[in-house]
Each structure stands twice: as C-alpha cells, then as structure tokens.
Design a protein around this ligand. Structure first.
Ligand SMILES: [Zn+2]
Length: 112
C-alpha cells in the first residue's frame, strides 16, 4: 500500500529547483496513492508536498501535473494568476534560436 509517507523524505531533500529532475518526478509518480492518482486525473494536478527552496522564507506547496508535451512535471503556483507552468515549456520560450526562426510581423502594409 503506497502512501504519502513513502516520498515525504524525497520532498524534504529538495533544496534547489534543479533537484526536481526527471528521476525525482518519476519517483513521485511511482509512489502516488490511489487517492492522489484520482485527484490528479480529476483536477489535472495534485499537491505532492511543501518544499523549502534555498533562499525562500517559507515552504510552498508543489504540484504534480501533466504537460501535453513533456509529460509529468512538478512546480509551484506562479505568475499573476497563480498558475502551474511546465518548467520545460518555460525554458523553451526563452530559447532565442526558437524565436529567431519565426518570421517577424513588422512588414504590415496599410492600403489606403
Ligand atoms: Zn512542457
């Protein structure tokens, strides 16, 4: 019988965001309880625990969710709307090579 205690120790070991890597995420996914799996399926995300990142004042809840492109991800609520963002998608957004391949929309002609 799996329960939250099985990965609580894992959660407590996280001190920097890069600790949350693919291996860590897989470990959490493999140890989800039935209840957590149901919440994940219905809500799209489930809290896996409160993590204290180095430099932060207090522990924040982290959530497991599924990115349509990158699979399971773990992150905290952020941004103006307190939403869950896939760290890998955010990383891709700031890749300059991706942006420069897009055609620039500056050549707009207004015909009189
Ligand atoms: Zn993603």
């Amino acid at each position: 019988m799996h329960n939250k205690l099985e990965y609580e120790a894992l959660i407590n070991e996280v001190t920097i965001l890069s600790d949350i890597d693919d291996v860590f995420i897989l470990e959490i996914v493999n140890n989800l309880s039935i209840k957590e799996k149901i919440i994940l399926k219905i809500q799209g995300s489930v809290e896996v625990g409160k993590i204290l990142i180095y430099g932060w004042k207090k522990r924040l809840p982290f959530y497991l969710f599924k990115c349509s492109e990158h699979g399971y991800q773990i992150n905290y609520l952020s941004g103006h709307y307190m939403a869950l963002h896939c760290p890998k998608c955010l990383h891709q957004m700031v890749q300059p090579s991706e942006l420069s391949s897009e055609p620039l929309v500056t050549d707009i002609k207004i015909e009189a």
